[in-house]
Design a protein around this ligand. Structure first.
Ligand code: G4P
Length: 528
């Protein structure tokens, strides 16, 4: 087998999806602990603080207790290389998260045992479903009282529409939590409060029939457990690898992230069963990970990671071949060769210079605004990966300058922030307005804050008469021109120069569509 096949096969690239507060940060830290990436548990706060320090504007993140940025963490585990792509946590941040999910091969869903399936989880699940992303589930905070486990499985099945296959099953909960049973191996792992915190060294029994177990958990609890297991095995589904890989079934684990309980069982199962990188579609053909030539796409741009240097980092997910430090890659959109010097890899704690990277890995490419979200890279071939969406914004504001002399900076700031995906930016054909679009309200606050902090521009945003936007496509150039002439008042260019219809009302949009049957009105734009 070639090096690239071997390396691709051992990659596991995933993201955690959850509602804020379910325990994503805590679980991330425990996973990193097993990967040897960090030595000490209990430093969630420290890690958050360290991240804040990387950029001043993240003070906003701190003030609001939200995570605006995503990062990438890589760690080795049991012969595999795990890449964990962090997603922004706040409910208002749609687009950024969606695009991270296009760059992973699977996802891990964290659910709070007391709260069950929450709104944000539902939304993220919908996104995963677009690509049939395989999902594992971790039901967290078992050290607290929560909903009965069977009820939770029912909830996942009915609300999220995915079959559940419990892999571990809890013995008690809250004060009565005694451990979990592994339904595949039959082993019982005891929970000993305080003991599992930094390492997973729980007492293990080979099966529930081990006489020593009864001594530890008591005859009543054991009897209760036997009844419950009978019920569960009758009512739920056994793990089916094919159904999991097709995104139809989710293996379910129970545990407590903060106590590091049940986490290693999850991780062991994850590295064994989660998918390695799969072939990816481009506009011309499917690209297989084991191909020898490097290819990848950019799913995220982060500007000004260091306010001292106006650098921008483009996060590229590698889809095939091998990346070597300093190599040149072809950037099909500009038609130019780009030297990938000083690319970053993301070993959990620090950014460091990448020597090599393989399919499933993410590298960070420094640039000065030449690379956009959705851009592909290759070795010479005109490749363009598909499926990295821009969503039609639902909220619109007109940018207003307090100091008119700063117009240039404002334009530059908005263009860069929109390339980065922080907002969408439209320029009407018939006016000099600068219109911002967002999927969530908080995006405007972030943009205002960053404009001031990074570009020295004091801007406010005011109401504008736009209700929704659609990207315009038309195969017939003549019809497109007619459409443009007739609708110039409602048309604008987005930051990438694509034509967009800005509708003042939904009714107006509907009428415009009816009057121009040959024109397509698209609610998402794939990055060209
Ligand atoms: P998030 O990234 O999904 O937003 O969640 P995060 O890990 O920050 O966890 C949210 C809160 O839930 C934290 O408490 C965290 O300690 C707690 N938590 C995480 N896992 C467990 C668990 O297994 N059991 C219990 N009981 N709590 C858990 P916090 O009060 O916000 O912070 P802290 O003061 O505890 O650090």
């Amino acid at each position: 087998m070639s090096d690239v096949s071997l390396e691709a096969l051992r990659r596991r690239t995933f993201a955690i999806i959850s509602h804020p507060d379910a325990g994503k940060t805590t679980l991330t830290e425990k996973l990193l602990l097993f990967g040897g990436a960090i030595q000490m548990a209990g430093s969630v706060k420290g890690r958050k603080a360290a991240r804040h320090a990387t950029s001043d504007w993240m003070a906003l993140e701190k003030e609001r207790g939200i995570s605006v940025t995503s990062s990438v963490m890589q760690f080795p585990y049991e012969g595999r290389i795990v890449n964990l792509l962090d997603t922004p946590g706040h409910a208002d941040f749609g687009e950024d998260t969606y695009r991270v999910l296009t760059a992973v091969d699977s996802a891990l869903m964290v659910i709070d045992v007391a709260k069950g399936v929450e709104e944000r989880t539902i939304k993220l699940m919908e996104v995963c479903r677009l690509r049939d992303t395989p999902i594992m589930t971790f039901i967290n905070k078992l050290d607290r009282e929560g909903k009965p486990p069977i009820e939770l499985l029912d909830e996942v099945e009915s609300v999220l529409g995915i079959q559940c296959a419990p892999v571990t099953w809890p013995i008690g909960m809250g004060q009565r939590l005694k451990g979990v049973v592994h339904l595949v191996t039959g082993e019982v792992h005891l929970y000993e409060a305080g003991r599992n915190f930094s390492r997973q060294d729980s007492t293990i029994f080979a099966s529930i029939d081990d006489p020593a177990l009864e001594e530890r958990i008591g005859a009543d609890m054991l009897a209760e457990l036997r009844d419950e297991l009978e019920l569960v095995q009758g009512a739920s589904h056994p793990f089916d690898p094919a159904a999991y890989l097709a995104g139809k079934q989710t293996p379910v684990f129970f545990g407590s992230a903060v106590n590091n309980f049940g986490v290693q069982l999850l991780l062991d199962f994850f590295v064994e069963h989660a998918p390695s990188p799969k072939p990816r579609a481009t506009t011309s053909r499917e690209v297989a990970p084991y191909e020898t030539h490097l290819s990848g796409f950019v799913f995220k741009i982060q500007a000004n990671m260091d306010p001292q240097h106006r650098d921008r980092v483009a996060f590229m997910r590698i889809c095939s071949g091998k990346f070597t430090a300093g190599m040149k890659a072809f950037h099909p959109r500009s038609g130019k060769e780009v030297k990938l010097a000083n690319a970053l890899t993301f070993m959990a704690s620090d950014r460091e210079i990448a020597e090599s990277a393989w399919p499933g890995d993410v590298i960070g490419i420094h640039n000065h605004g030449t690379i956009s979200i959705g851009d592909s890279f290759s070795e010479g071939e005109m490749l363009s990966f598909t499926g990295i969406p821009n969503f039609a914004p639902e909220l619109f504001r007109r940018a207003r300058l307090r100091d008119p002399l700063k117009l240039k900076q404002l334009q530059k700031g908005l263009a860069q922030l929109s390339e980065e995906g922080a907002t969408q930016f439209f320029r009407p054909l018939m006016s000099n307005d600068l219109i911002l679009g967002a999927v969530g309200m908080l995006q405007f606050d972030v943009v205002a804050y960053r404009l001031k902090d990074e570009y020295g521009v004091d801007a406010s945003f005011e109401q504008v008469n736009v209700a929704t936007a659609r990207w315009i496509r038309c195969a017939d150039a003549k019809k497109l021109e007619e459409f443009r002439d007739r609708n110039a008042m409602n048309l604008a260019f987005d930051a990438a120069g694509e034509l967009v219809y800005l509708a003042p009302t939904r009714v107006n949009l509907q009428l415009a569509q009816e009057r121009a049957p040959d024109v397509q009105f698209l609610a998402t734009r794939e990055h060209a």
